[in-house]
Design a protein around this ligand. Structure first.
Ligand code: FAD
Length: 331
């Protein structure tokens, strides 16, 4: 019975004791949802030795933090996490359960959907209540051509993975007060596989969704070696190299560099698009950048429609000239 379910839950994804910033974004959005239904906002924290993160979650908007610690939860592993979270959901019966659309959230949420026999929207870019007071999740559909509003009418909890960088987090407020509840869970571990070690990514590989400036290359980039030139420009500007999908499909760049519907959503202060036409699938991943600058030799390229600054030119002439000018000014 859906009437027995209430409360907004945020899965408080953490890795090695560090909360993923998307958790703060979801806690902020939950405040907006709460203003409609006045449901309690709970952050659910799974792990081992992670209880110290509860204060940070409260400072970011959680009214209650539910902590379940177990040795088998110390490193993220799908089945132990699914077992623990399923038990908590069955005990507390939240109405809404949100995850970041991160590799962890995208792995865990479908397993939760099966375990709880409920509905799940993948990669939502908006959440809200419609005119009938029904909770909806908006997500691009049909290759990004339409925005589908998905509702889960009968099943509970209503679940969604939500793209990072869509909602603004609340600034931390240490004067906020909240309840901290510690729960026990039965976790059987996983006999099929074992996580042997987790290693941090090497220095210098900041994820593109955390960079303040991106230089993004597309199919218009003629040679793989030209990406070295874009990378040089990105470094000179203290930014990161990124791309549309074709260079990734070509094997020139790893998937983690891809912006867009089937890649990463980014929201940098500046993005410089080079040789990118501006398909809907690309735009959906970067249209919230504060300042969009594009270089394309076709004046009718759709990317110019969302760009604050545009350069109609061959990138092979413009980019070396920009690099030379920066170097001259730095010298
Ligand atoms: C389900 C689905 C998911 C998708 N997900 C993504 C996604 O996540 N990200 C993504 O990017 N795409 C995605 N796509 C693919 C998308 O539809 C486009 O095919 C893709 O974005 C095109 O990339 P592009 O702009 O780099 O290439 P093109 O559209 O080929 O544009 C290349 C541009 O380079 C310009 N150009 C060429 N030479 C030069 C030069 N010398 N100097 C300056 N400009 C030049 C051209 O004028 C052109 O505008 C997806 C498609 C589907 C169906």
């Amino acid at each position: 019975m859906k009437e027995n379910y209430s409360g907004i839950w945020i899965f408080a994804e953490q890795r090695q004791g560090v909360l993923n910033p998307v958790v703060f974004e979801l806690l902020s959005k939950a405040q907006e949802l709460k203003s409609v239904t006045d449901e309690t906002i709970t952050a659910v924290l799974l792990g081992s030795g992670v209880s110290g993160l509860a204060d940070e979650l409260i400072a970011r908007g959680a009214e209650r933090v539910l902590i379940a610690e177990h040795e088998a939860l110390s490193v993220y592993s799908a089945r132990p996490y699914q077992q623990a979270l399923t038990q908590l959901v069955e005990r507390y019966k939240p109405s809404i359960l949100l995850y970041g659309a991160t590799s962890q959230g995208r792995d865990l949420a479908p397993r939760m959907m099966v375990a709880l026999q409920t509905g799940l929207t993948a990669d939502a870019i908006d959440l809200g209540y419609d005119e009938d007071g029904v909770f909806f999740q908006a997500t691009p559909a049909y290759g990004g051509k339409i925005l589908a509003h998905i509702v889960i009418l009968e099943k509970r909890p209503q679940m969604a993975t939500v793209r990072p960088q869509i909602f603004d987090p609340l600034p931390p407020d240490s004067t906020r007060r909240g309840e901290i509840v510690t729960e026990t869970v039965e976790v059987a571990g996983d006999g099929d596989y074992e996580v042997l070690a987790c290693a941090p990514k090497p220095e210098g590989t900041q994820p593109i969704d955390r960079a303040a400036l991106l230089v993004s290359g597309g199919r218009g980039i003629k040679h793989e070696t030209d990406f070295a030139m874009l990378d040089e420009l990105a470094r000179l500007l203290h930014g990161q190299l990124a791309s549309s999908r074709p260079p990734v499909d070509q094997g020139w760049l790893p998937h983690e560099k891809q912006i867009g519907q089937s890649g990463t959503t980014v929201k940098p202060a500046y993005i410089l698009n080079v040789g990118i036409s501006g398909s809907v699938q690309y735009q959906v991943g970067m249209q919230n950048a504060a300042c969009i600058i594009s270089i394309n030799h076709n004046p009718d390229a759709p990317i110019f429609g969302i760009s604050q600054y545009g350069v109609v030119a061959d990138y092979r002439k413009v980019v070396p000239a920009i690099i030379a000018e920066i170097c001259k000014r730095k010298a």
